[in-house]
Design a protein around this ligand. Structure first.
Ligand code: HEM
Length: 494
């Protein structure tokens, strides 16, 4: 038996930081140290021969009767079995927390759900279902109407809205049910994201599977999920206001400003979850030597700090910001139904740009001196909004192409890790898909499947850019410490 080699247990007072166990020479472990500190990452530092005992704690107690009988095993968060080649300070200072891949997978699952709700939200808007539920009931709203009477009550409430009065006065109860279910599904998915994110967060934080700073960061994301729900309702409210009835020619739809804020916040949530999940999984692999086995932590640090790579990284960050901005401008196109004008590409009305007096029409100004003409046209004139989206989209496309082009230069071939070059190619490929989807959406007058794919495409393009940035990210301090510790444990004894 591997652990049968345990020779003696040195009992220390329970206040001691560590307990050290000695092993016979035959054992692959020369010493096991139980660290009592609130170390979060319960792991066994293994020698090569016991690699599989990664999920240390419990298995270790089972295998070591001496550990099991110790009076305070539950305080011992961390078992450190090692050849005795580590220094005392390394043994005594608990290593920093390195989140396990399970934490990364939870974040990726949450980000996938956010991608899902972005698409469902788009379809809700495109099918004009978003204004069918006229109240915000975070708890009781989980259940849809269950009886005929309940349906009639909801239908009556809808009949009081400007959308019903101006556009949908002949809608049947059956048709109302289908738009209601669309919006209800969107709201239920929002609640599900809250539960899927917050439940495991509490577990991981309580079990100290994540560091305090990470727990804080993810708590911030949880608050953002709540704020997103509130913002969603604030947006819907803008489409239910009775004042719409008094505005000649007004179309009952939500404010494009609020739609852009709601979509922008969803993108931020997505990036926060997806980026953190990827980083955690990458750090774990790095710590375990799964990638770049021949590269020490210090050497990798050096590769990822060369001026050429840092310059490329700054450019990639700028392109990511550009993708985000283009996506926000898309929300203005969607919010104003500006995709139903100028259904041609690359021209607009036979010219590259519409006439200046159409782009900056005085009719959009509200101040008597017309001083708000510029910004109002940029955000409220459908022609200008569509033109801006085209310009931003083509700039984004050219920027991803330029980034990809740069990877072919001899200096960049030398400076960039292969994964970064592949990620740049993937981002450029996704930009092609996204532009093709955008143009098709415009040419075919915004059919639901194309417009929804275009919306999903913007998230995929953002993901490709985040992946590119992560490929150039330096491993976290915790991953570097763990990699050194593990490497020392794997090193053949002198
Ligand atoms: C990098 C490229 C692009 C990105 C990131 C992007 C992003 C977006 C986003 C996020 C939306 C909002 C969707 C919604 O809320 O439903 C949108 C809408 C739209 N985009 Fe783009 N877009 C890009 C390129 C283009 C191009 C090249 C065109 C065509 C000229 C285009 C045409 C449209 C149209 C017509 C809409 C409105 C669709 C609707 O009403 O749902 N996009 N875009």
């Amino acid at each position: 038996m591997l652990f049968g080699a345990l020779r003696s247990a040195v009992s220390l007072p329970s206040s001691a930081r560590t307990l050290t166990f000695s092993f016979s020479r035959a054992s692959p472990i020369s010493r096991a140290t139980v660290i009592r500190a609130p170390c979060t990452s319960s792991r066994l530092l293994t020698t090569n021969s016991i690699k599989s005992s990664e999920h240390l704690g419990k298995g270790m107690y089972k295998s070591f009767p001496a550990l099991r009988s110790h009076p305070t095993p539950s305080h011992c968060r961390f078992i450190h079995a090692t050849p005795s080649n580590l220094t005392n300070s390394q043994l005594e200072a608990p290593p920093p927390v390195l989140p396990s891949p399970a934490v990364g997978r939870w974040l990726l699952l949450s980000s996938t759900l956010v991608l899902g709700i972005i698409v469902v939200g788009g379809v809700t808007r495109l099918t004009e279902s978003g204004l069918s539920i006229t109240e915000w009931q975070p708890i009781t709203g989980v259940l849809p109407p269950l009886s005929v009477d309940d349906w009639m009550v909801e239908f009556e409430k809808y009949k009081a809205t400007p959308e019903f009065k101006l556009m949908n006065h002949s809608i049947s109860l059956e048709d109302f049910k289908s738009i209601f279910y669309m919006e209800w599904g969107h709201r239920v998915l929002g609640r599900l994201i809250g539960v899927v994110f917050v439940g495991p967060l509490i577990y991981f934080a309580a079990r100290r599977k994540i560091s305090k700073s990470m727990a804080l960061k993810f708590t911030g994301l949880s608050l953002l999920i709540g704020a997103q729900g509130l913002l969603g309702w604030y947006m819907v409210k803008s489409g239910l206001e009775d004042s719409l009835m008094d505005t000649p020619g007004a179309v009952p739809r939500v404010s494009q400003y609020r739609l852009a804020a709601h979509l922008g916040m969803a993108f931020l949530l997505y990036v926060g979850m997806f980026g953190s999940g990827m980083a955690i999984i990458k750090d774990y692999k790095f710590a375990n030597g799964a990638s770049r086995q021949d590269t020490s932590a210090k050497a990798l640090q050096k590769i990822l700090s060369t001026p050429a790579l840092l310059h490329f990284k700054r450019q990639a960050l700028a392109v990511t910001a550009l993708v985000f901005l283009t996506a926000l401008s898309g929300a203005f196109v969607a919010g104003l139904d500006a995709g139903l004008l100028y259904n041609e590409f690359p021209l607009m009305g036979g010219r590259l740009a519409p006439p200046a007096d159409e782009l900056f029409s005085e009719s959009y100004a509200k101040n008597p001196d017309k001083s708000d003409k510029w910004w109002r046209n940029i955000f409220e004139n459908p022609t200008t909004v569509q033109f801006d989206h085209r310009v931003l989209a083509m700039t984004t496309y050219a920027a991803t192409a330029a980034l990809y082009w740069r990877t072919f230069s001899p200096a960049m071939r030398q400076a960039l890790p292969p994964l970064t070059r592949m990620a740049t190619m993937a981002a450029f490929a996704m930009a092609n898909v996204q532009v093709a989807l955008g143009i098709s959406t415009l040419l075919y007058l915004v059919p639901v499947p194309l417009a929804a794919s275009h919306q999903a495409g913007s998230v995929m393009l953002l993901s490709a850019m985040v992946h590119l940035l992560i490929s150039m990210r330096k491993p976290s301090a915790a991953a570097r410490v763990w990699r050194e510790l593990l490497a020392k444990n794997k090193a053949p004894k002198a």
